[in-house]
Design a protein around this ligand. Sequence first.
Ligand code: PLP
Length: 396
Amino acid sequence: MTHLPAAPDFRAAPDFTEMLLAPGTTQPHHATSVPIFQTSSFLFERYEDMAEVFAGTSDRFIYTRGNNPTVAQLESLIARLEGTEAARGFASGMAAVAAAIMPFVQAGDRVVAVENLYSDAFRLFEVVLKKFGVTTTYVNGSDTDAVIAALPGAKLVYLESPTSWTFTLQDLPAIAQAARNLGVISVIDNSWATPLYQRPAEAGIDLIIHAASKYLCGHSDTIAGLVTGSKALMTRINHEAYHYLGGKMSPFDAWLVLRGMQTLNLRMARHMENGLALGRALTDHPLVAAVRHPGFHPHAGRAGLSGYGGLFAFDLDDSIDIPRFANALRVAKIGVSWGGPESLIIPAQAALGLSGSANSFQRFGVSARSVRFAAGLEEPSALVADVLNAIEEAKR
Ligand SMILES: *Cc1c(COP(=O)(O)O)cnc(C)c1O
């Protein structure tokens, strides 16, 4: 049976173009594009100017590991879009993930995370945090009662809605409320939906992470990350992670992301359209065993989304030779990452089967028959024809 996406329920997307420039802002020399301040240091005209900075009575730019005007424009943009007070740019999505967690945990603490989360976030918990005495409990994120039952005594709850390979959603308002009542900090990776299609702060989530390498940049040409939330929590991130872990965003990367975000609403509409077109073509296909896309399986948390990202997965029937399927694609390419103009696939058996333990497929909720598909910006009909043709060519 086809579960049609809840498109008619979508709220209107925020008026995004108006939010790109802070009201009343002009660029130096009235430049149309944001200038790149490619400088490590900022000079002081007088001794007193420097002394004021060190006395904490002036917050001017000093050193780019701390603050940079180009990066600051992107930080202020993401905070406006997410409806939060403050934000920080990082050198990668993973630097953002690490900085959003490290200040809030210490040896002996416990974190709650959703099952099947982004693989390197999982490894951060299992390889790095575990070494420092922080343990993680994994729960099925679509089971809201199970998530809430795991919260007492935890320091932080880490969400990803939807999750990276299974694309299951969480009930953000219910989890955020329970976490707040228990003093547990709630964190979400919002890279898939972007602030256009999901605004977790409105649901009460404390900290929002973006792998800006993906949709926000949107051109497959940089690695960058962001964290945004209240002034109080962002101050802790500044004082207990950001400056000392040092993984900050470069001015040029911030410029690339700002450049990309000017077309975010147009790009997201096409990514969504392509993901849905493929989902429709594959849902009733006799050689497709499952479609893992929030629009095509019923979910409690779907009401929180005002649109869909174009990244999803599907499981091919046993009668399809997956390497032949991958090699038969002409429009979509084989490659990791997502969020750029080109459609990219990762066959699970190529990516997860060789690295890690025998049960690594199960750990990420992935079947050996799964293919992750990042729908790009191509013509929807060309993309659908490409995938259907590759399935035909790959029949054993
Ligand atoms: C890619 C990705 C990240 C990490 O971002 P990088 O910029 O590659 O470090 C985090 N979360 C999700 C969901 C991702 O897909």
